[in-house]
Write a protein that binds this ligand. Structure first.
Ligand code: HEM
Length: 209
């Protein structure tokens, strides 16, 4: 079991490197370094890669509490904020790519998209809900908000539902990949329900947050 110092000095920097890796690969592909090559439509490849990693890291964030209970160790919780913030960074860049490369910074067109294309409406709702979570993720905000912090951060569940929904809706034909994410999400949500029921029957300290 890694100690606090080892987590801070070794595992967290490594986790940052791992989370930054898809971004680095994207950059190498854009610059056509060595064997790295971006597809025929770079804007689309950038947007989709960023969205996919935003979703993967969001689900990884949600997996940390079950991992803590499954292993009986506290270390997974040390990575929750890190993963959540990286997820937010990818989603933010995903949105910026869409805003700048897809829609040429035309606010009118974007508002029309939000109003008329349901998968954009849902993606935007997920993104907007992530903003207060990212802002209040610091220890200072956690202290200031007290028990309200935990309640606020439960928003991560609706965010994940909306994010999976966004992906499922935008795929026109082969829904196998979005369904894979939906399955992972359902397993995480199912676990949470079961753990809450079990916690209600036992000591309040065992309750998942
Ligand atoms: C939590 C928030 C979000 C997540 C996790 C997310 C994730 C994703 C994923 C996984 C894809 C599919 C990538 C692929 O096909 O390989 C995607 C596509 C897309 N997203 Fe998002 N997204 C989010 C928010 C947004 C927002 C706010 C917008 C714009 C306002 C947006 C616009 C798009 C567009 C235009 C596509 C491509 C649609 C197409 O292929 O026709 N997304 N997103």
């Amino acid at each position: 079991m890694p100690g606090q110092v080892q987590i801070r000095r070794v595992w967290k920097p490594l986790a940052h490197v791992a989370c930054a890796l898809p971004l680095a690969v994207l950059l190498l592909e854009l610059l056509a370094v060595g064997p790295f090559r971006i597809g025929p439509n770079p804007a689309l490849a950038i947007r989709d890669t960023l969205g996919t990693w935003g979703l993967r890291l969001l689900l990884a964030t949600l997996a940390m509490t079950p991992l803590r209970l499954a292993t009986g160790q506290a270390w997974p919780l040390a990575f929750r904020r890190l993963l959540g913030l990286w997820s937010f960074a990818y989603v933010l860049l995903h949105f910026v790519t869409y805003f700048v490369l897809d829609r040429g910074i035309e606010l009118g067109i974007i508002l029309e998209d939000v109003a008329k294309r349901p998968y954009i409406t849902i993606g935007t709702a997920a993104f907007l809900l992530m903003v207060p979570l990212a802002v209040t993720s610091t220890a200072g905000w956690r202290r200031r908000l007290g028990p309200r912090w935990t309640r606020l951060h439960r928003l991560v569940y609706p965010v994940a539902i909306l994010a999976c929904w966004h992906y499922y809706w935008l795929v026109k034909r082969d829904v196998r990949e979005p369904l894979l994410y939906v399955t992972v999400l359902l397993m995480l949500l199912g676990w949470r329900l079961v753990a809450r029921r079990a916690a209600r029957r036992t000591a309040p300290a065992a309750r998942p947050d």
